[in-house]
Every structure is written in C-alpha cells, then in structure tokens.
Design a protein around this ligand. Sequence first.
Ligand SMILES: Cc1cc2nc3c(=O)[nH]c(=O)nc-3n(C[C@H](O)[C@H](O)[C@H](O)COP(=O)(O)OP(=O)(O)OC[C@H]3O[C@@H](n4cnc5c(N)ncnc54)[C@H](O)[C@@H]3O)c2cc1C
Length: 389
Amino acid sequence: MDSGVNKNWSSGDEKLLLDTIDHWVENEVKPIAREHDQEDKYPEELVERMKELGLFGSTISPEYGGLGLPASIYAKIVTRLSSVWIVPGGIFNTHLVMAAAIERCGMEAQKQEWLPKMASGELRGGIALTEPDAGTDLQSIRTRADRNEKGYLLNGTKMWITNALHGNCLMVLAKTDLTAQPAHRGMSAFLCHKGAGYDVAKKLKKMGYRAIDTCELTLDNKQVVPEALLGGEEGRGLQQVLGGLELGRINVAARGAGMAEGALKMAVRYAQERETFGKPIAEHQAIQLKLADMATKVEASKLLVESAATKLDTGQRCDMEAGMAKYFASEAGVYCAQEAMRIFGGNSYSTEYEIERFYRDSMLMCIGEGTNELQQIIVAKQLIQRNKI
Ligand SMILES: Cc1cc2nc3c(=O)[nH]c(=O)nc-3n(C[C@H](O)[C@H](O)[C@H](O)COP(=O)(O)OP(=O)(O)OC[C@H]3O[C@@H](n4cnc5c(N)ncnc54)[C@H](O)[C@@H]3O)c2cc1C
C-alpha cells in the first residue's frame, strides 16, 4: 500500500511544525472555541489560517501541492488541536479522507485536477456515505447513479454529512448497479462539486460538535461528468472508500486522545485549585485514583495512535491497529471527560467551564468513522485471520 507520504520529514522539521501548531492552538483556537460552540458558529477565521498553515494538504503528496506529512506527525497535530477543541480537525479530516481516496485510487488526470486545489484549501471536501437508513451497513444505501449521455445522474438523500454546507465538494457513494450481488459490486464513488442538484436540506442541530456544519443533503438529478467516477471504473466504490478510512480512523483516534488529554489537564489543574475539608481535592485519594486512571488512558491512547500511524506510514496493513486505536482512544476521550466532570463537581455543569463541552463532544468519536462496535468486529476478525490455526 502506498500511503503517498513524504518520508523525508526530519525531527527538526517536525519540531518546528509542531511548535507552530502549538502556538496557533494556544493563541488562536483556544480563545474562540467556547463562543463558537455556544453560538454554533462556523469558525471562518480558523479556515483561513488552516489554509496558510497548509493543513488542508497535510497528508497530500508534495507533487500535488501538499505537505506530505506522515500519518504519525499528522496525528500529533490532531491530538494537540483536539486537546483544546475538536471542531477545527473535523474541517480537514473528511476532506483529507476524500483526498487520500483520490490519491490512492484516482486516475492521474483526477489527481491533477483535484489534489492541488484540495491541498490549498480552494476546494474543501468531505465524504457522503451515510443515509437516513444506512450507516454501518453501507451496502444498503439507496442513492443511485444512472448513466446518461453526459455522465451520471445522482439521486438520493445523504445524512450527517460534515462540510456539506461550508465545503464546496464531496465524494459521494452511490449505486451504479442496483441488482449487483454482493451489493458492493454495484457501488461506485463520485467526485462531486456543489451546484445544481446538490441541495443542503438542513444543517442538523447537535448536542456537541457544534460550529461545524453536519447536514442532510439531497441529490436531486445532480449531473456529474463521466470523469467524476473515481478511478474510472464502476463497482469499486465501497473498497475505495473503506481503504481511505484508516487515515480517518487514526484521525478520530488522535482526536479522542487529544480530548482525553485536554480533560486530564483541566482536571489536574482544578484538583489543585479546589479545596474541600481544608485541603486541595488533589490530596484526596479518591481524586488521585481518577487522575491516575485518566493519565494512564491518555498515554496508552497516544501510543496506540502512534503505533497505527507508523504502520500506515511504512506501508503495512493497519486495519486492526487503526481499529484498536480508534476504539480505545475514543473511549478514553469519553472516560476522561466524564471523570473530569466528576472532579469539577457542580461547576462541571456550568457553561463557564470548558469541561462540559468536552463531555458533549467526546461521544461522537465513538460513533464517527465506523462505530466502536464495528471497530471491535474488525479487530476480532483480523485477530483470527492473522492467527489461523
Ligand atoms: C456529528 C456526525 C458527523 C458525521 N459525519 C459524517 C460524514 O461526514 N459523512 C458520512 O458519510 N457520515 C457521517 N456521519 C455518520 C456516521 O458515520 C454514522 O452515524 C455511523 O457510521 C453509524 O451509522 P448509523 O448512525 O446509521 O448507525 P447504525 O448503523 O444504525 O448503528 C446503530 C447501532 O447498531 C450497531 N451495529 C450496527 N451494525 C452492527 C453489527 N453488524 N454488529 C454489531 N453492532 C452493530 C452500531 O454499532 C450502533 O451501535 C456523522 C455522524 C455524526 C453524528
């Protein structure tokens, strides 16, 4: 497997980049997170900065204008960002999953047409897989792509599509053959610009992960050209899409690890500030046990993310490792946010404190890019396949 990354990032380059990210996160992301979350307001100003920082091209190869970051460095950026706010990483995550699919499966002309503009952020995309009646079971999608003289006509409804409103393109999974058995042989992926026939039916109201646009999308006689078919061959869409999800799962794992770390940092600080019975609560053993469990899960999450990312970077199969990292780190995010809520006591319920946002945001990481139940199934199947007797 060619991950398409530039292997020449020195440790000096890495440090410089991560220092720049830390500075940006502390000075530009942290101060606006709460307001944007509370007002469910899209962070336009961060998008412009993310373009300048090259984040929309993080994992796109330099020959197509990207930074060509290895997944291991990319994951560290995502963890740092998510320790403060997960939303900005969401803006470039599914965008990069789409780009990775194009780089891995696209024809050269498709790569030339899409990747440089995606790397600069001029094109900002996402993936449109889920439908009202099909999420985990993608083979039961109903969106169809019918061939006509101008290419394909897309019709259907997609649900929970991140970046559908503020982005300007999507990779859409649709059925080109409704009768194919197994169904995935009749599924194809299309690179689709916004425009006539692409209607955002509504921006969904969410308990967390606010400020980013997650939408219901209607494709109503959306005409695409023949060159929109990824890889130029019908029937390969599901494999093309699922192959790219490993990077997406490492990203979600890194976000879970980041949220776990952010919640831990807040809890360690608060436990030293808040006093009960004449001493800081950090001196009560019950609180110490919580902090120790949280810190252990944070460290384990980061190591699992690094292990999966290193495998991806070195071209090794990593579906099991990415699944483990996604499963463990996202659960760690939920666990640490919940434990931090307990440590903050009544104040955890106040929107004056950031921890309630972590609590609301963290559960999403257990659902997105394949639910954790699905990750467990992937891990178990791989375990058996790799250890056949
Ligand atoms: C905020 C947000 C953003 C999203 N962004 C996107 C996006 O950009 N693009 C996109 O395409 N989708 C997106 N999604 C959709 C997300 O990927 C799906 O919600 C997810 O894949 C689960 O699908 P579902 O909701 O249909 O759940 P279902 O598939 O209905 O699953 C329901 C429950 O059944 C379990 N389950 C299902 N099948 C099995 C099985 N075989 N064995 C055991 N348990 C099983 C699941 O684990 C889950 O617990 C987003 C979702 C949210 C909430």
